[in-house]
Design a protein around this ligand. Structure first.
Ligand code: FE2
Ligand code: FE2
Length: 559
């Protein structure tokens, strides 16, 4: 493809056409000139021959040499005649050669194309009396022809110049400039500038093309605007969908993490529960517990203070403590942070760490950044205080776990405390002080005491829930059987305190049944406390309430 502009190609085409036409015209002029020259030469030759044939016969016949010379000289006056000769009876009697042609003879002129020659007989009364030869030079005609040709060439060149300049001016003004403007505007539009206005003057094809371009530009602009709008909307939708997707993914990830965390924390609670049931001694349990919590929550410091006799809280176990001289082992109720939390029964998060709370490492000691002090409250009484030191803030999940773990620890600790308390009061054996005067009921009371002792053994020996549940169920069922037997007899013999006695039975039965149901459904309950309650109730009820029906029924003949 040519890189030339339309303007150059158009002008070259115009110049070629004009040159072609002028060459054609010039050739025509030359051909016409040559023909005209030949015609004129032939006419001149004919005229000279005619003149010779008309004038010479008489003079020649009369042997008038002078006239012959005059006639022939007259003919030679014509400057185009370059050779003239007269022959009589084969002898050349007259011969003239134009100056400048030297010694040329007739044969020379015959052989050259620059000359026109002719010879003819001179007749007198139809008898040949001589022969005339005339040679005409073509030079003057050629010179005229050349002049004409030069004029034509000059005219042609002038015409070429004028036509070229004019065509270039017109084509530039009417075609190329508007086309260049169109091209610039179209390039600008193609480059993205849809506001590039195409200037279209005139009502010709280019003007119409420019207006069509403008219309097309407007349409494209509208299309692009619409497209941008659609694109923008699409982008917004994509962004929105992406954000939603990201949110869902995040939520899913969070839910998964929460589920995993929840599972991990749940497992830790179960493991902690096993640790809590692994021993009967407070020191042992506190040590195991401190170590487990420190490892699970990655805590550098743990202290476990348990309520002792009186109102002080003694350190039962610790983890990571810096054991320096003068470090207090116990806190009075309401004294120090431990005693204060025990008194207020509310956890506290400390960020100004006391000097004593240093953590001992092989390389030295550092202070934790945060200390969380958590009271273990049972039955509105603080029975222990947990002290947890951390290098970082506790997360919500960790705090929640500590809260749940604390419930289990409280229960386990209370069980140990109750058992140790029980050990002191649990020497439950039937003796005469339990004798109600009715043998059947004495036997049932003995059996109830056996059930209570079995429950104590199960709890003390850390039997599993299934075994403890079986004993508790047996105790509950037998209690109901015994109460029914007593109530039947009292009612049968019109025992006056029957109603109040029955009321006491109902209260105990409903409490025991409720506790059993809670235990059966998996709830963690303090069995030791239940046991203490049962022992105390049994002792009180048999020795006071049951004993009152003995004399009345004895009088009715029942023993
Ligand atoms: Fe009883
Ligand atoms: Fe009773």
């Amino acid at each position: 493809m040519s890189n030339d502009s339309i303007s150059r190609r158009f002008n070259r085409s115009i110049i070629r056409i004009v040159i072609g036409l002028l060459l054609l015209f010039s050739v025509s002029v030359v051909i016409y000139g040559v023909k005209k020259m030949n015609l004129q030469l032939n006419n001149k030759m004919n005229y000279a021959l005619k003149l010779a044939q008309t004038s010479l016969p008489r003079a020649l016949w009369n042997m008038d040499t002078k006239s012959v010379d005059e006639i022939l000289s007259a003919l030679f006056l014509d400057m185009d005649v370059v050779y003239l000769s007269l022959s009589v009876e084969g002898e050349i009697t007259y011969e003239k050669v134009r100056q400048g042609f030297g010694e040329s003879n007739f044969a020379f002129f015959q052989s050259s194309s620059d000359f026109l020659w002719a010879e003819d007989r001179i007749l007198h009364r139809n008898k040949e009396i001589g022969n005339v030869r005339i040679v005409l030079s073509k030079d003057s005609f050629k010179s005229e022809l050349n002049n004409q040709l030069m004029a034509v060439i000059v005219m042609a060149l002038i015409l070429i110049g004028v036509i070229t300049v004019r065509s270039m001016t017109i084509s530039r003004k009417l075609i190329f400039h508007p086309l260049a403007g169109l091209e610039r505007s179209a390039s600008s539009i193609a480059g993205g500038n849809l506001d590039a206005q195409i200037i279209c003057e005139g009502d010709d094809e280019i003007g119409k093309l420019g207006r069509s371009f403008n219309t097309m530009r407007e349409s494209v602009k509208k299309l692009v605007t619409d497209l941008n709008s659609v694109n923008e909307e699409l982008e917004q939708r994509v962004e929105m969908r992406t954000a939603e997707l990201l949110k869902s993914t995040e939520e899913l990830k969070r839910a998964k993490e929460e589920a995993e965390t929840s599972g991990r924390y749940k497992t830790a609670l179960n493991e902690l529960s096993d640790i809590l049931h692994s021993g009967n001694e407070i020191q042992e349990m506190a040590g195991n517990l401190s170590r487990y919590i420190a490892e699970f929550l990655k805590l550098p410091l743990i202290g476990f203070f348990v309520k002792t006799s009186g109102k002080s809280f003694s350190r039962a176990a610790d983890f990571g403590y810096y054991k320096k001289e003068g470090l207090p082992d116990s806190f009075e109720f309401g004294s120090g942070m431990i005693g204060q939390v025990a008194k207020e029964r509310k956890p506290i998060m400390l960020k100004d760490i006391p000097e004593y709370a240093r953590i001992s490492f092989g390389f030295g000691e550092v202070s934790p950044r945060v200390i969380y002090i958590y009271p273990l409250v049972y039955d509105d009484q603080t029975i222990a205080v947990l002290e947890l030191g951390n290098f970082n803030d506790f997360s919500e999940t960790e705090l929640e776990w500590i809260k749940e773990a604390a419930k289990n620890v409280t229960l386990a600790l209370q069980t140990i405390l109750s058992i140790s308390e029980l050990k002191e009061i649990m020497q439950l054996e039937w003796d005469e002080s339990y004798d109600v005067g009715i043998s059947e009921f004495n036997a049932q009371h003995k059996r109830l005491i056996i059930y209570v002792n079995s429950l104590f053994d199960a709890i003390n020996q850390k039997e599993n829930d299934q075994a403890i549940g079986a004993v508790l169920n047996g105790l509950t069922e037998y209690t109901k059987t015994h109460f029914a037997a007593e109530e039947n007899l009292m009612e049968k013999y019109g025992y006056p305190d029957y109603e109040s006695h029955k009321e006491e039975h109902n209260t105990l039965a409903s409490e025991v049944i409720e506790i059993y149901n809670r235990f059966d459904s998996g709830e963690k309950i303090n069995l030791a406390t239940l046991l203490i309650f049962l022992v105390n109730w049994l002792k009180e009820h048999i020795k006071k309430t049951d004993k009152r029906y003995g004399p009345y029924l004895n009088r009715k003949g029942i023993t």
